[in-house]
Design a protein around this ligand. Structure first.
Ligand SMILES: [Zn+2]
Length: 336
C-alpha cells in the first residue's frame, strides 16, 4: 500500500466514523426522549431557533446583530434546561452534544481554516499504517540498529585511502545524522550514490524507519513508481496527478534507485526537474539514492536536474564504494 492508498482508506474510515457518530447521537436522543419527552422538544426548539436565524440573515441583513443576540440568549436558556433534565436522569451535561472521537478535527481528519492540515489523530493512524506497510514490504527490519558493519570488506582500500567498511560506516553516520536531525538537517537534501549492491536501499529504509519512529511520515518511492506517476501526470491521469502533487508537497520524500526507471526524456527531465525544484524552493526535504555517477546523471536527466541534485549548498552527498555485497562469496543471505 502506498501512502496515497493509505490516506484514501483513512478518508473512508473517517467517513464511516462520522456516520457512526450520527447514529450514536440519534440513539442517545431516542434514549433520553423516551425518558423525558421534554428533552426531545428542547432539541427540536434549538434546531428551529438556528434555522430561523439563518432565514432571517438572508431576509433582513440589517437586523442581524439583534437577531443573533436573541437567538443566543434563547439557546442558552434551552441549554440550561437541557442540562438540568440530563442531570436528573444521571447523565452528563454534554450527553446530547455531537459525538466525536477527536474534538480537534471533529473526526474529519483535518484542522485549520482555509489551508487545512492533517489532524494529529489522522497523522498517527497514517504512521501506524505506514509501519504496517513497511512490514508488508519487508523493509521494517532495515534500521540503523540492524546495520551490520561486518558484511563490508575491510581488507583493501577502495578509494586509495579507505576500506569499503570505513566508507559504509561514514555513509551510515551521515544518514543517521540526517534522520535524527530532521527537520533541522545541515543540508536540505541528501544524495546517496554508489553502484548496485552496496547497501543504498538498506540505508534509505533505515532513514525511513527512523523518521517513522520519530513521528514523521516520510514518503518512500522507487524511481520506477515515480516515473509511472510522472507519466500518468503527463497524460492527464487524475489519480497520478494527485499522487504527483502529493510527492511534490510532502515534507520529506525518499526516492530509491534513481536511474533504474525507464526514461522518456521529455517527461522524465521535465517532471523530475519540477519535482526537485519545487521541493527545494519550498524547503522540503528530499533524499535520493542512485546507482548512477555524475556523468550519467547529467546525460540522462540534463543540466537542470543535475544542478538540483548536486547543488552543494543544499545537498549532502553520501557515497558508497566497493564490491557488490551480494557477489561476495560466503556472505550470501545477509542483506545489505
Ligand atoms: Zn483529529
Amino acid at each position: 500500500m502506498t501512502r496515497s492508498d493509505i490516506i484514501r482508506s483513512l478518508h473512508e474510515e473517517y467517513a464511516r466514523m462520522r456516520e457512526e457518530n450520527l447514529r450514536e447521537h440519534d440513539r442517545r436522543m431516542a434514549e433520553v426522549s423516551a425518558k423525558s419527552p421534554r428533552l426531545g422538544e428542547i432539541a427540536e426548539q434549538s434546531r428551529a431557533l438556528f434555522m430561523r436565524q439563518a432565514r432571517f440573515i438572508l431576509a433582513r441583513p440589517a437586523d442581524v446583530e439583534k437577531m443573533r443576540e436573541e437567538t443566543l440568549s434563547k439557546a442558552a436558556q434551552l441549554r440550561s434546561e437541557q442540562e438540568r433534565l440530563l442531570a436528573s436522569l444521571g447523565l452528563s451535561a454534554d450527553y446530547l452534544d455531537p459525538v466525536y472521537h477527536c474534538a480537534a478535527c471533529r473526526d474529519t481528519g483535518y484542522v485549520g481554516e482555509g489551508v487545512r492540515s492533517m489532524c494529529s489523530c489522522m497523522e498517527k493512524r497514517l504512521i501506524d499504517r505506514m509501519y504496517d506497510s513497511a512490514r508488508e514490504r519487508g523493509t521494517a527490519e532495515q534500521r540503523f540498529e540492524a546495520f551490520n558493519k561486518d558484511i563490508f570488506p575491510d581488507d583493501e582500500l577502495v578509494d586509495g585511502v579507505n576500506t569499503q567498511r570505513k566508507i559504509a560506516l561514514r555513509a551510515r553516520r551521515m544518514c543517521q545524522q540526517y534522520a535524527d536531525d530532521y527537520p533541522e538537517t545541515d543540508t536540505l537534501n541528501l544524495l546517496l550514490t554508489g553502484n548496485t549492491g552496496l547497501g543504498k536501499t538498506f540505508l534509505l529504509h533505515c532513514i525511513e524507519n527512523r523518521l517513522l519512529d520519530r513521528g514523521f511520515s516520510p514518503i518512500c518511492v522507487t524511481a520506477y513508481r515515480l516515473f509511472e506517476t510522472m507519466r500518468g501526470t503527463h497524460f492527464s491521469d487524475p489519480e497520478k496527478r494527485s499522487e504527483f502533487t502529493q510527492l511534490t508537497e510532502c515534507d520529506i520524500l525518499l526516492i530509491d534507485d534513481l536511474g533504474t526507471e525507464p526514461v522518456m526524456q521529455n517527461i522524465t527531465r521535465e517532471y523530475l526537474f519540477t519535482l526537485l525544484n519545487e521541493r527545494m524552493t519550498q524547503r522540503r526535504h528530499t533524499v535520493v539514492a542512485t546507482n548512477l555517477g555524475a556523468r550519467e546523471l547529467m546525460e540522462i536527466y540534463g543540466e537542470r536536474v543535475f544542478s538540483r541534485l548536486f547543488d552543494t549548498s543544499n545537498v549532502m552527498p553520501a557515497q558508497l564504494k566497493g564490491r557488490d555485497l551480494r557477489m561476495i562469496a560466503g556472505r550470501s543471505g545477509k542483506k545489505a
